[in-house]
Write a protein that binds this ligand. Structure first.
Ligand code: 13P
Length: 249
C-alpha cells in the first residue's frame, strides 16, 4: 500500500505566530499515523517556527512554496533550494498554478526548479493543471502532460522517482468547484502512464495528488478515485481543526 499524502499549501497566509498556533493545535489533534505522509507548506518566513513546533513529531514534514533554480547569487528576493533545505524544508512546491499564471513562470523554469530541488535534497511536488479555457478546448491532457514532461525534463529517469506530482485544475483552485472523481481519475491515469514512460519502474510509486477546492466533505470521494494518492489543499488547510479532519481521511 502506498502512503497517502496530505499536503497543506498555506499560500501567502499565516505568519510565524499563526503558524506556531496552528502547529500547536494540529499536533494535539492529529495522532501519528504510519499510513500517511503529512506536509505543511507555510510561508518561507514561518517555516522555521513550524519546524520547531513539530520537533516532537518528525513524521510531519514541512516544505517551501517556491525556490529559485540557482543555488546562490544575485537574485534579490529569491530563496535557493540549499537555503530552504538548511532552514529545515523537506519538500518544495514547483510550478504551482499561481506561480505560472500570476508570476509568469514557464514550463522550462519549473524543470530547472525541480532539478535544483532534487540536487539540494528536497522532494519536489510538481504541480500541473489546465485552465478553464484549455479544458473547454479539449486540451486538458495535452497541457498537463506537456507541463509534466517539461517539469521533469532536466532530472533524468531517477529524478522522476524522486518527485511527487500534483494535478490541480486551475479552474478548481479557490473556486469551490472540484473535478469530479471520474474527471480527476482520467487525468491521474494519464499522468501515471506518462510517468512510467519517463521513469520506468521507479515511477510506479510516485504519489499523484489532487488539488482544487478540496475540503473535509469531498476528500474521501476524491481519494477513492483511480490513481489519486493524496490531496494538496489550500483554503481548507488554513484552520487546524479542518486540516486535522482532512488529514485523517
Ligand atoms: P484551494 O484548496 O484553496 O482551492 O487551493 C488549492 C491549491 O492551490 C493548493 O495548492
Amino acid at each position: 500500500m502506498m502512503k497517502r499524502v496530505f499536503a497543506a499549501n498555506w499560500k501567502m497566509n499565516h505568519g510565524p505566530a499563526e503558524a506556531a498556533e496552528f502547529v500547536r493545535h494540529f499536533v494535539a489533534g492529529f495522532a501519528p499515523a504510519s499510513d500517511r505522509t503529512v506536509i505543511l507548506f507555510p510561508s518561507a518566513l514561518a517555516l522555521a517556527v513550524a519546524r520547531e513546533g513539530l520537533r516532537a513529531r518528525p513524521e510531519i514534514k514541512v516544505g517551501v512554496q517556491n525556490i529559485h533554480w540557482e543555488d546562490r547569487g544575485a537574485f534579490t528576493g529569491e530563496t535557493s533550494a540549499p537555503i530552504a533545505r538548511a532552514a529545515g524544508a523537506d519538500y518544495v512546491l514547483v510550478g504551482h498554478s499561481e506561480r505560472r499564471h500570476v508570476f509568469g513562470e514557464t514550463d522550462e523554469e519549473a524543470g530547472k526548479k525541480v532539478a535544483a530541488g532534487i540536487r539540494a535534497g528536497l522532494t519536489p511536488v510538481l504541480c500541473v493543471g489546465e485552465t478553464a479555457g484549455e479544458r473547454e478546448r479539449g486540451e486538458t491532457a495535452a497541457v498537463v502532460l506537456r507541463q509534466l514532461r517539461s517539469g521533469l525534463a532536466q532530472s533524468g529517469r531517477t529524478g522522476v522517482a524522486a518527485c511527487l506530482v500534483a494535478y490541480e485544475p486551475v479552474w478548481a483552485i479557490g473556486t469551490g468547484k472540484t473535478a469530479t472523481p471520474r474527471d480527476a481519475a482520467e487525468v491521474h491515469v494519464a499522468i501515471r502512464a506518462e510517468l512510467r514512460a519517463l521513469g520506468g519502474d521507479g515511477a510506479v510509486n510516485v504519489p499523484i495528488l489532487y488539488g482544487g477546492s478540496v475540503n473535509q466533505e469531498n476528500a474521501a470521494t476524491l481519494l477513492a478515485a483511480d490513481e489519486v494518492g493524496g490531496l494538496l489543499v489550500g483554503g481548507a488547510s488554513l484552520d487546524a481543526g479542518r486540516w486535522c479532519a482532512i488529514a485523517r481521511t
